[in-house]
Design a protein around this ligand. Sequence first.
Ligand SMILES: Nc1ncnc2c1ncn2[C@@H]1O[C@H](COP(=O)(O)OP(=O)(O)OP(=O)(O)O)[C@@H](O)[C@H]1O
Length: 289
Amino acid sequence: MTLLRAERVTLGYGGRPVVHDVSLDIVAGGVGLIGESGSGKTTLARAFLGLLTPMSGNIWYGDQTLKKADMRTFRKDVQPVFQAEALDPRMRIGASVAEALPRAERSRVGELLEQVGLDPELAGRRPHQLSGGQRQRVVIARALAVGPRLLILDEPTSALDVTVQARILDLLAGLDTERLLITHNLAVVERLCRTSHVLFAGRVVESGPTAELLARPAHPYTRALRDAVPRLGGPPPAANGRTEAVPAATGCPYRLRCPLAAPQCERPPALRELAGRQVACHRAEDVLT
Ligand SMILES: Nc1ncnc2c1ncn2[C@@H]1O[C@H](COP(=O)(O)OP(=O)(O)OP(=O)(O)O)[C@@H](O)[C@H]1O
């Protein structure tokens, strides 16, 4: 059974929805959420962590909705990997990792530091005495402390330079923990996620095997992301040079930016099966060719 699943979830703040009717399963092999800033990735991740209650729809944790689940067990199974800046600057990193461990297992700090490729000797240092990559490893060690089944990672490497980024990706790829990864960096999802969901304006516009989505996109937004983003690092994508166009309020939200927009795009496209993935685009056949 899938550990976590969103079923027709709508999420928002102050009664204003920003994620609309999203369904997705966190399946084995890594799941990526891709999309530009403001597309709703972090909002969806917060709902998967039980930090935001859906306005409608459900987050399923096994066979229970998150509302009804035992949160103690949930917190052991599902752990966030925060940005390294979230580490307490006053705390030595050994203490920081120990704090995340169950009381009876506090002696495992050195073992955990080794697991993430850090010298246990570093336990006595404070965060500012480590490199950015080392700090990110400490954050991962903290998340691993309770033995989670799933890690939820929000831009885990975006603050790091390219070579350090690659080593952190190697570390994450080598863990036998499931992962939900949020990023605008396609190289990162390519490395860590067998399945990806592309979000635009709070809606899933394309979902499927990452390799196929990137090799042969069926949605013009996925294609724009692929074509505009450098393979590693770099800024968020420019979509056909028209990133300034706001999502359309009616019809296909992408239509004001889309080079293929046609009269039928004034009707909202439903997600449909095509070429081994799901895509919400009236003109997907023309994108695939
Ligand atoms: N606490 C909040 N209160 C009100 N609106 C919010 C809040 N957090 C996010 N939003 C809005 O929700 C929308 C989605 O934001 P979200 O942070 O989920 O996007 P994102 O894809 O993760 O972006 P980024 O890559 O910049 O983190 C945006 O329009 C944002 O302004």
